[in-house]
Design a binder for this molecule. Structure first.
Ligand code: WT7
Length: 635
């Protein structure tokens, strides 16, 4: 019996039960049958949740890049591994086969070694979405260096904080990057980020835009001449299962960003397993994840999960609206993409564009659509389903986190019947529970609670870099004995999960516990509404009242605002009764968002509650200018 591929719902339930009853057997078999190990493990896992101590495949020896590339060469050497689509449609694409990827990674790995990078060293990577970014990540992993990718849109201050926190020895960057019609000067940002004394000894610079940069003697080096000279083969480092693979920073609502540490074997096993099952992977597929490699989605599915399965993965440098709003659809057409994985924020913005941008292109290659990052509202779900998938492609609404490493709750394409706005069922191995007050599990269906996971899974982050105490406090203290996700969820009559938002966003109105996501979902059904964010603010009688920030579609802006307000509240009332009505509705031009597209409800809540002196960490915000505008027009 192999557990690697689930073919139907009955088998899903079988595998799920097996994973709960005999987790050692379940994961042990998957790990043994599908990967290349230098040496097998002695123990599948060992853990103590209360102390945040989790280990998988103890004693195993492995290299994830051998599994991503080398072992595919005999069978798939000439198969495209990465398809690179540049920002400009004038520039030619690159089809990088597994053979070619091997050579590129080997050369880069040899360059890194020649510059003194060793196993365990931290290397920060601040690159645009170009092949060198993927190659740099894999080269680090090949030689056992710990990569920490910093999204190349972050400010010098954000880079500085991350570089300092992990004590990076090297930064890999580029002269500049293309984003739509703009170019960004990446090297200048790095110079600013490390102008004071840091741990950084070398800055390796990739030439991309060709603009002039200043090179500091003894510290900064161009990649090209070293790369040209480098040997084309490389012997991978033998890693322990629990050796760190990478650090990825995620921002908390307070305090500095958390450097989540992922280790080697468990991450490898579970990203591969989930990629294969959630996206219904077939050997001739072309997988496209639009997330930047600077986010966990890019790490786990664009890169590692795809390559571990020997798939073809698309790497797109540009933005959805350049040269026009049909770019995504043109790329699907050009490469005959079969799986398309994106975020609700991208869907919501593209659905406001002229539909001709879609119909111009042939999307018939698509088989699976995916969504990640926030709850997908019903409007967006239906648009995605009707107009992109033409009602023939299952949508997988995948719930997970930077901390979880891989997808946790999600339909499996062609296996799990979907239900709009529901992430549906936990994957095998994921023991999701809803917790209530006093650390008690809420059993049964048609219930709501704090979403926790009561048993460890292979790809969970093992610690916060340099701060294990904070790791324990953040994830293992609210509901001792379980991992607390920070999200609220409800479980419907058949056991499907719906994520209702971060629990710090939950608003108690007149004693009723309302998730913000379902209310926003109702609001977004109004034809004039583009996006919405709901937060609570103190109210004398109700305890809390609801404040809605709403952006209108182009065709909605001409409507009478008072009427739209009324209709929105009628819509909410029809879903939740008058309890869900918004006391205040402010129409805004734009909502404050993180660079990964999440609405920053925390900031909106501070504005609604008049606590504007401290917005917490705002370094990840993409559009800080909208905040003042919202404050100026506050109701
Ligand atoms: C938080 C994690 C994991 C990849 C991208 C985000 C929210 C994520 C969904 C979904 C509802 C979702 C949760 C989660 N979230 N996916 N399908 N439905 N909410 O990673 O930045 O670590 O954020 O994103 O609130 O806790 P992240």
């Amino acid at each position: 019996m192999s557990y690697y591929k689930i073919s139907d719902l009955e088998q899903y339930f079988k595998h799920y039960k097996k994973s709960v009853r005999e987790p050692r057997k379940f994961w042990g078999k998957i790990a043994e049958e599908n990967f290349l190990w230098y040496q097998g493990w002695e123990k599948v896992f060992e853990f103590e949740m209360i102390k945040g101590e989790i280990k998988w495949f103890l004693g195993g020896k492995v290299n994830i890049v051998k599994n991503c590339i080398d072992r595919h060469l005999s069978k798939r050497g000439d198969k495209p591994a990465i398809i690179f689509e540049p920002n400009s449609i004038e520039e030619k694409e690159q089809i990088i086969t597994y053979n070619e990827l091997y050579t590129r990674v080997a050369k880069m790995a040899n360059v890194l070694r020649s510059q003194g990078v060793k196993k365990g060293d931290r290397v920060c990577i601040y690159l645009p979405m170009i092949p060198e970014l993927a190659v740099a990540m894999l080269a680090c992993a090949r030689i056992g260096a710990i990569h920490s990718v910093i999204f190349a849109g972050f400010s010098a201050a954000a880079v500085n904080a991350r570089v300092k926190d992990c004590g990076a020895k090297m930064i890999i960057t580029a002269d500049g990057s293309y984003r739509g019609a703009k170019t960004l000067q990446l090297k200048t940002i790095i110079d600013e980020a490390i102008k004071e004394e840091t741990s950084v000894e070398k800055v390796l610079v990739v030439k991309r835009t060709g603009e002039e940069v200043s090179m500091k003697e003894g510290r900064d080096i161009w990649l090209a001449p070293l790369y040209e000279e480098a040997e084309e083969t490389n012997i991978a480092e033998i890693m322990d299962s629990e050796d760190p693979l990478f650090i990825l920073y995620t921002s908390g609502s307070t305090g500095k960003p958390k450097g989540m540490v992922h280790t080697t074997a468990g991450y490898m096993v579970q990203t591969a397993y989930t990629f294969n099952n959630v996206f219904h992977n077939n050997d001739d597929d072309v997988f496209w994840c639009t997330a930047d490699l600077g986010w966990i989605t890019g790490h786990s599915y664009l890169l590692y999960g795809a390559l571990l399965n020997g798939a073809t993965t698309v790497l797109f440098e540009g933005i959805p609206t350049y040269p026009d709003a049909g770019r995504f659809w043109s790329i699907i057409d050009k490469y005959k993409v079969t799986q398309f994985y994106t975020a609700p924020t991208a869907i919501r913005s593209l659905m406001t564009e002229d539909y001709e941008h879609v119909t111009k292109h042939d999307l018939s290659s698509l088989r699976v659509l995916g969504s990640v990052g926030e709850p997908i509202n019903e409007e967006a779900w239906h648009w995605f389903n009707d107009f992109i998938g033409k009602k023939r492609c299952p949508i997988v609404d995948t719930w997970w986190q930077t901390e979880t490493g891989s997808i946790m709750i999600s339909p499996l394409a062609y296996v799990t019947p979907a239900k709009p706005t529901y992430a549906t069922l936990p994957l095998p191995g994921i023991q999701a529970v809803l917790m209530g007050e006093k650390n008690t599990e809420i059993t049964g269906n048609q219930v709501m609670g704090s979403l926790c996971i009561k048993f460890p899974w292979p790809s969970m982050a093992r610690t916060i870099w340099g701060d294990h105490e904070r790791y324990i406090k953040t994830y293992f203290s609210d509901f001792p004995g379980t991992y607390f996700t920070g999200d609220g969820a409800l479980r419907d009559e058949v056991g499907y999960y719906r994520i209702t938002g971060r629990t710090d966003d939950v608003v108690i109105v007149s004693g009723h516990n309302l998730g913000t996501a379902p209310i926003e979902d109702a609001i977004n059904q109004h034809p004039a509404v583009a996006e919405s964010a709901v937060v609570g603010y103190p109210h004398e009688i109700k305890g809390n009242a609801l404040y809605g920030y709403i952006t209108l579609k182009a065709e909605g802006t001409s409507r009478d605002r008072e009427n739209v307000r009324k209709e929105i509240n009628q819509l909410i009332t029809s879903h939740f009764g008058p309890i869900g009505k918004l006391d205040k509705i402010q129409f805004v031009d734009d909502l404050p968002k993180t660079r990964s597209g999440k609405i920053l409800r925390r900031i909106l809540r501070s504005i609604a509650t008049n606590e504007m002196d401290n917005f917490g960490d705002t370094s990840t915000m993409i559009n800080p200018e909208v905040v003042q505008h919202i404050i100026d027009n506050k109701l």
